[in-house]
Design a protein around this ligand. Structure first.
Ligand code: MRU
Length: 377
């Protein structure tokens, strides 16, 4: 079945423009983002000159994905410091821009701590700004390095669970270079398998309502020359029952202390399907996504998004007619249930792959161990 969907692909890097970069033109420092709301139609940059522009970019998902939100948050604090804004005010606004991905507040707090320490040390705002930027750059570098290690650990795990190779992997949402300083999380594992000649097919869930799979993962897969096929989220069940999925690889926005994983809405049903069909369900995330302060899945705050994202199509390439700026696909006034994430309980997760190693089975003790190891100084 799979081969009739072969895609020619293009042998190009994931994007010619990095998802985020810091620049210092004569007018003052700026944070330049690849505007992900415009992909795949066009590669447009968004230039943020202050934290409030970045907060807006985070809310509208111009910049998104847990690891990148952490990096963006840290640079946002650095931007406030470099431009002489109130750093605490900026940090609080940035950390609160979206509630679910813990990486955002982790990144913001790391930069804020660097700023405070430098102020206490030198009292010099310029030195404090430089120290804050250095902290953001360090987080950016660490995230890129974590990608490389997650990819290696993830492929080793796939090879161990699925001897014989030729993996057919289902993924959800977008977890590649667009969410990271490197090549991402779950997508980086699939890419590693592709480069090793071990990826037979990447099944890409379109990921309603904002189509991160169709718009972003398919874009990254095509540019990397991977064999990929796009499906509607609703088609996943039939794919499992046809025996076409060897493993599911997804990212995470927050991993609670008990191993519950918040990720893009639609992840949990995949975990249920995977369990029923005896298919490994693997979560790939950096340790910055582990949150020992959130005890369990019920304690994770799930972001609720505006209903018009469901009642209208508002991708940039479609004609604008609806009240929320998109084409209405439901009667005017229809109420919509639109959680951005759902929570998968640990018992449905085969393994959590981090840059520090693999946790399987997923238990609170094993995660606490890994967290403690990764935070040793
Ligand atoms: O709402 P988004 O697009 O920011 O959601 C992103 C996801 O759910 C990703 O799967 C998650 O952040 C992991 S990315 C490595």
């Amino acid at each position: 079945m799979a081969d009739q969907y072969a895609h020619p692909g293009e042998d190009k890097p994931p994007t010619d423009i990095p998802a985020i970069r810091w620049e210092e033109p004569p007018e003052g420092p700026v944070l330049v983002l690849l505007d992900q709301t415009r992909l795949p139609v066009e590669e447009v940059e968004l230039v943020c000159t202050d934290a409030s522009a970045l907060v807006e970019a985070i809310r509208t998902l111009a910049v998104r994905g847990a690891p990148l939100l952490g990096v963006a948050g840290a640079y946002g604090v650095a931007l406030a410091a470099a431009r002489g804004f109130d750093v605490d005010e900026a940090a609080t606004a940035l950390a609160g821009a979206r509630p679910t991905a813990v990486n955002l507040s982790v990144g913001v707090e790391r930069a804020r701590a660097a700023y405070r320490a430098a102020v206490a040390d030198s009292g010099d705002p310029q030195q404090a700004a430089a120290a804050t930027l250095a902290a953001a750059r360090q987080l950016h570098r660490e995230d890129a390095e974590a990608s490389v290690r997650m990819a290696r650990h993830g492929l080793a795990l796939l090879d161990e669970l699925l001897p014989g190779g030729g993996h057919r992997v289902l993924t959800h949402c977008n977890t590649g270079a667009l969410v990271s300083g490197g090549e991402g999380t779950a997508f980086a594992v699939a890419l590693e398998a592709h480069r090793a000649g071990q990826l037979r097919r990447l099944w890409v869930d379109e990921t309603r309502p904002l189509l991160q799979g169709a718009r972003l993962t398919a874009y990254e897969a095509a540019r990397n020359g991977m064999a990929y096929t796009l499906l509607t989220d609703n088609a996943a069940g039939s794919l499992f029952s046809a025996g076409e999925v060897d493993a599911v690889l997804v990212g995470a926005d927050r991993i609670a202390a008990d191993g519950s994983v918040a990720n893009k809405v639609g992840t949990y049903p995949l975990a249920v399907l995977a369990r029923y069909h005896h298919v490994p369900f693997i979560v790939v995330a950096p340790v910055t996504t582990l949150d020992p302060h959130t005890p369990d899945g019920a304690s994770i705050e799930v972001e609720q998004r505006p209903g018009y994202e469901v009642t209208e199509f508002s991708a940039p390439q479609v004609q604008v007619t609806g009240a929320g700026g998109g084409v209405a696909v439901a009667p005017l006034g229809t109420q919509a249930y639109n959680p951005a994430f759902d929570v998968t309980p640990p018992e449905l997760i085969t393994a959590i792959v981090t840059e520090e190693g693999v946790v399987s089975p997923v238990t609170a003790e094993a995660l606490a161990d890994l967290y403690a190891r990764s935070h040793q100084v």
